[in-house]
Design a binder for this molecule. Structure first.
Ligand SMILES: [Zn+2]
Length: 1013
């Protein structure tokens, strides 16, 4: 037979595009349209409904950037349409090629009840089915003219990302505002032909099925009268019945589809707009659930539920009903889909505490899956946190975005730094916006790496970010692929149903140990430094506030600020969303984040001050107490307690060197700062060991050009290293004298920027503190601080949640080489047997570590560089411009335990309070420094019990005794939600009023301590 395949395929495309799709709405009449534009920010629904309208016509421009317009459409269903299905078609000026990221609307009835969302690929509103004829139609649309930030030419700098700079040019033109007859038979024919046409394109050309489908499609096209598509659509459909009824082969891949809309909690729009995006999408999805009995929808991020509960109660009522029916499924059990690289141990834990508790309190639902489709990499600390939250599964799609290495599994066990294993699935469909295209379904089946031992995968289905979620077309296509020869099978299933099946069919999945590093978006560890500092400051202040408020409550009976801490935690958790903390949002988001963090800091400082003063007593007592919030003693003050300041041991001196520069000494370290203001030598006095590699100088600031190929705020591409400028020119070098410290100040200028650094040795401290103040006015540059160290090692440690992980210093494999920029929390540590060095940081997450072998002596130089600042121009054209302050320290002779201790210290300054008390005894003490207290707080159930979270921080086994300064009645191991839990494998025993702990490497345990009497 002659091969006419391409002829039929081309015919299908043209007839669908030009004749069949336009016939879905065969008749229409225009609607009358009126508009009112709110003068500033969005207004309450009642105000928008009541505002006076002025006429506007199709073709007219509307919508200044970030504006809100209330658009009213009115019309009458023609009598001739009696018995037909009638829909309003409302095209606000959508670009249907982009499913989201543009204008959007929410449709209301005159009484203020919401109907559904309007989105680029979802422009219809059902008016009558069947129509009687003569119905009056009156609908209101709350239309948001959010500007397009990510355009066809992506990543161009734009001023549209902040309402302060966006101007007032209308962004859209009303396009179609009609009442129209909806011909369901033609619509079904479109779906039939799309499913078969897309399936056909994926089938092997030498297989019979492809040709069966081709001939059926040809017969259907023959059956259509192109001048009367509506009259012949049924006949065309009947030609397709047999090929659509042929069942899938037994070995077909099985896809669990779940309705989904990935809504970034802020990104190319401000937080306040996400509230409305969620309302529009959930209005859409609850409406679709009512229309489609097989459909199921899932939504993650408890924060987004809380927003609609507060701001759109009428939409929330529909969500509650659908959740109760088991068809709207809360997923993930986190407060937001956060970044996981940067949040602290406690913050990562609280993401789950607040997320899961919200779902339990609101819906009585407990999730067992962590749902993070879009997060930029996953730390080795996360598995234990997931398990301690009472969950057991992880879903993410993001690792498929890695630039270099293909991850070897789609379903596997992921093992964290402590040995916890989490059953993990990467959907092989490779998108969290599946639209049920045949190419996507076929890709999932072909791409699935666990074929032969597993058969199930998951497909999150629907448009996110203002796309409105799943469409009725996707549901219709899924229905045809339920059991279709040549296709994977598609069923709507809840995430938990998928995971249960996937786990059951795959008893021995492969294991991946350590972090899930994303080989992309590495610059999110550095961009928007002030947002990152605000996060870190808030985490530290929350630790202090919980500790001292709990102490004051137990000691003095002071009220514990439950509601306030709950609210502050939720605000901090929200800002850890995976486009806020990573610095990848528009200027508006980061401007607001900075202000929010400042307000939180003021509030938390007031809480800390109040609690410490209550503990210190009357200021008239005149005694100065030092409060130590860190988990280790310092200045003779116990951890978690307060005592008079001890006196610093040893003298400090600064000596001017004849060849220029200074020698700083404190009896523990001798530090040479040369004439260029660079650190030429750091010798540990006790061992005589030099830290700085011969022929190099440390604390060297280096400037690179930094213009990635895509994703400016997100990415740094490896070629940035090819060009570098060492900032060695010094403007001023000054010795600073104080009795208990030796310091020099170095001033430099470069480009349009200046930097002042203060290098300080303090009495009794084996640590060189480096305070940096940069007035940064560069464009597309990357600023690093380099520390070339004389250490021979193949790996280094970087702190993560509840421990640390190791990364190579070499680039043996493509996997090693791809980690050219990585995350640490508070320290990077490297050592040779018997001697190590740590670099600690108050708020810098990004760093790189490289190695070189010296020609001079054959020794190895291992260079650690902290990533201080970038200056990308998209999406915020002025990213990081202005004044920044950083604090780092070099700790020679440090073991891991020293790195842990100095990491806590750098973020938790001592606080001095005058009062009458002689001291404040800590509520709890631990007798082993490897056992580190992560949190001390009162129990969230307001029982008055004390919650203490402890982890083993050294990576070894640790035994210890936890004692309390009050009579202890009992200690119960708990999960993160403070529920009794026997999941810990370590030992927790109460003996003689104390708690004996034996923890395995990096194990964390949460204890609920009840007081006697
Ligand atoms: Zn996202």
């Amino acid at each position: 037979m002659h091969d006419d395949r391409t002829l039929v395929e081309s015919r299908l495309k043209r007839v669908l595009d030009e004749r069949i799709r336009p016939a879905v709405y065969p008749e229409s009449v225009p609607l009358e349209v009126g508009i009112w534009t709110a003068p500033g920010e969005p207004v309450p629904v009642a105000e928008g409904l009541a505002a006076p309208r002025t006429p506007i016509a199709v073709g007219d421009a509307w919508g200044a950037p970030w504006g809100t317009s209330w658009i009213t459409v009115t019309g009458t269903v023609p009598q001739a349409w009696a018995g037909r299905t009638v829909e309003a078609l409302i095209d606000l000026g959508f670009d249907a090629n982009m499913p989201g990221f543009q204008c959007e609307g929410l449709v209301y009835r005159p009484d203020g009840t919401p109907v559904k969302g309007l989105n680029p690929q979802n422009q219809w509103v059902r008016v009558a089915a069947p129509a009687a004829g003569g119905e009056q139609v009156l609908l209101h649309v709350e239309a948001a003219s959010n500007p397009v930030i990510l355009d066809y030419h992506p990543f161009l700098p734009t001023e549209l990302g902040d309402k302060d700079t966006a101007g007032d040019q209308p962004q859209y033109k009303l396009t179609r505002m009609d009442l129209a007859v909806f011909d369901e038979t033609v619509w079904q024919l479109v779906i039939d032909l799309e499913v078969l046409g897309e399936l056909m394109a994926e089938l092997p050309v030498d297989g019979a099925r492809r040709w069966d489908v081709l001939r059926a499609v040809e017969r259907a096209l023959d059956a259509i009268d192109l001048q009367d598509v509506n009259g012949t659509a049924a006949a065309a459909r009947s030609e397709l019945t047999d090929v659509l009824a042929a069942p899938a082969v037994p070995s077909a891949h099985r896809i669990s589809a779940i309705g989904h809309a990935h809504i970034d909690s802020a990104w190319l729009w401000p937080l306040r707009e996400t509230v409305r995006k969620v309302a529009r999408t959930t209005a859409n999805m609850t409406a679709l659930l009512e229309d489609e009995p097989d459909f199921l929808y899932t939504m993650s991020q408890a924060q987004q539920f809380a927003w609609i509960k507060e701001h759109r109660p009428e939409v929330y009522a529909r969500v509650q009903k659908a959740v109760a029916e088991g068809r709207f499924v809360p997923a993930g059990g986190m407060w937001v889909e956060s970044d996981t690289n940067m949040p602290s141990s406690e913050a990562m834990a609280r993401q789950f505490v607040h997320g899961k508790r919200f779902f339990l309190d609101e819906f009585g639902v407990e999730n067992h899956e962590a749902w993070l489709p879009d997060t930029f990499g996953f730390t080795g600390g996360l598995p234990q946190i997931i398990r301690n939250a009472g969950s057991k599964w992880l879903l993410t799609q993001k690792i498929s975005w890695s630039q270099i290495n293909k991850f070897p599994h789609h379903t596997f066990l992921w093992e964290g730094i402590d040995g916890t294993r989490i059953f993990t699935h990467f959907p092989p469909v490779d998108t969290y916006n599946c639209s049920m295209k045949g190419s996507e379904i076929a890709h999932a089946a072909k791409n699935f790496k666990d074929k032969g031992v597993a058969r199930h995968s998951l497909a999150p289905t629907g448009w996110g970010d203002g796309g409105g979620g799943t469409t009725r077309e996707m549901v219709a296509k899924a229905g045809r692929m339920k059991d279709l020869e040549g296709s994977a099978t598609v069923r709507w299933e809840k995430p938990a149903e998928f995971f249960a099946k996937a786990e059951a069919e795959y008893p021995n999945p492969p294991v991946w140990v350590g972090e899930l590093y994303l080989e992309l978006h590495r610059a999110t560890l550095t961009s928007q430094a002030k947002t990152k500092q605000g996060n870190r400051r808030s985490e530290n202040l929350l630790r202090e506030a919980e500790l001292w408020c709990a102490t004051a409550s137990l000691r003095t009976g002071a009220d514990y600020p439950y509601e306030q801490l709950d609210r502050i935690w939720k605000t901090v958790l929200l800002h850890q969303f995976h486009d806020i903390l990573p610095g990848s949002s528009i200027a508006w988001v980061h401007r607001e984040a900075e202000a929010t963090y400042a307000a939180l800091a003021a509030e938390l400082d007031a809480l800390i001050d109040g609690a410490q003063q209550a503990l210190a007593g009357d200021t008239a007592g005149g005694r100065e107490l030092v409060f130590n919030s860190a988990p280790h003693p310092r200045s003779a003050v116990p951890a978690g307690g307060a005592a008079p300041a001890g006196s610093g041991a040893g003298a400090c001196e600064v000596v001017e060197r004849p060849e220029g520069g200074f020698l700083l000494r404190n009896g523990l370290l001798d530090v040479v700062v040369d004439a260029d203001g660079l650190v030429a030598s750091v010798v540990e006095v006790a061992s005589g060991r030099e830290s700085v590699a011969p022929g190099t100088r440390a604390n060297l600031l280096q400037l690179h050009p930094d213009f990635p190929n895509m994703w400016d705020a997100w990415d740094v591409d490896q070629f940035y290293r090819n060009t570098v400028t060492d900032l060695t020119a010094v403007d001023a070098l000054t010795a600073l004298s104080a009795p208990d410290q030796a310091a020099v100040r170095v001033a430099r200028s470069f480009g349009s920027s200046t930097v002042v650094q203060t290098l300080t040795l303090r009495a009794g401290e084996q640590r060189l503190d480096i305070d940096t103040e940069v007035d940064w006015h560069e464009t597309e540059k990357f600023l690093k601080a380099a520390f070339p160290l004389d250490v021979h090692t193949e790996r280094y440690a970087a702190e993560t949640q509840f421990g640390h992980l190791y990364r190579p210093t070499h680039t043996n494999t493509s996997w090693d080489a791809a980690k050219f920029e990585a995350c640490n929390h508070r320290f990077v540590h490297l050592d040779e047997p018997g001697w190590g060095v740590a670099l600690v940081t108050a708020s810098t997450y990004g760093h790189d570590v490289t190695r070189a072998v010296r020609d001079t002596d054959g020794g190895t130089t291992t260079t650690v560089r902290f990533s201080l600042l970038r200056a990308p121009r998209f999406p915020d054209p002025k990213t990081d411009q202005g004044l920044h302050r950083f604090r780092h320290a070099l700790v020679p002779g440090a073991a891991i335990g020293d790195a842990v201790r100095e990491g806590y210290r750098i973020g938790l300054p001592e606080r001095r309070v005058t009062g009458s008390a002689e001291q404040v005894a800590p509520l709890v003490r631990l007798d082993n420094d490897a056992l580190v207290v992560s949190a001390v707080k009162l129990a969230d159930d307001r029982s008055g019990d004390l919650i203490v979270r402890v982890y083993e921080a050294g990576g070894g086994r640790a035994r210890g005794l936890l004692t309390t300064s009050y009579p202890l009645a009992g200690a119960v191991p708990c999960d993160l939600l403070e529920r009794p839990w026997d999941g810990t494998r370590g030992e927790v025993a109460v003996e003689d009023g104390a708690v004996r702990l034996a923890l395995r490497p990096f194990e964390l345990v949460t204890l609920r301590l009840s007081a006697a009497g």
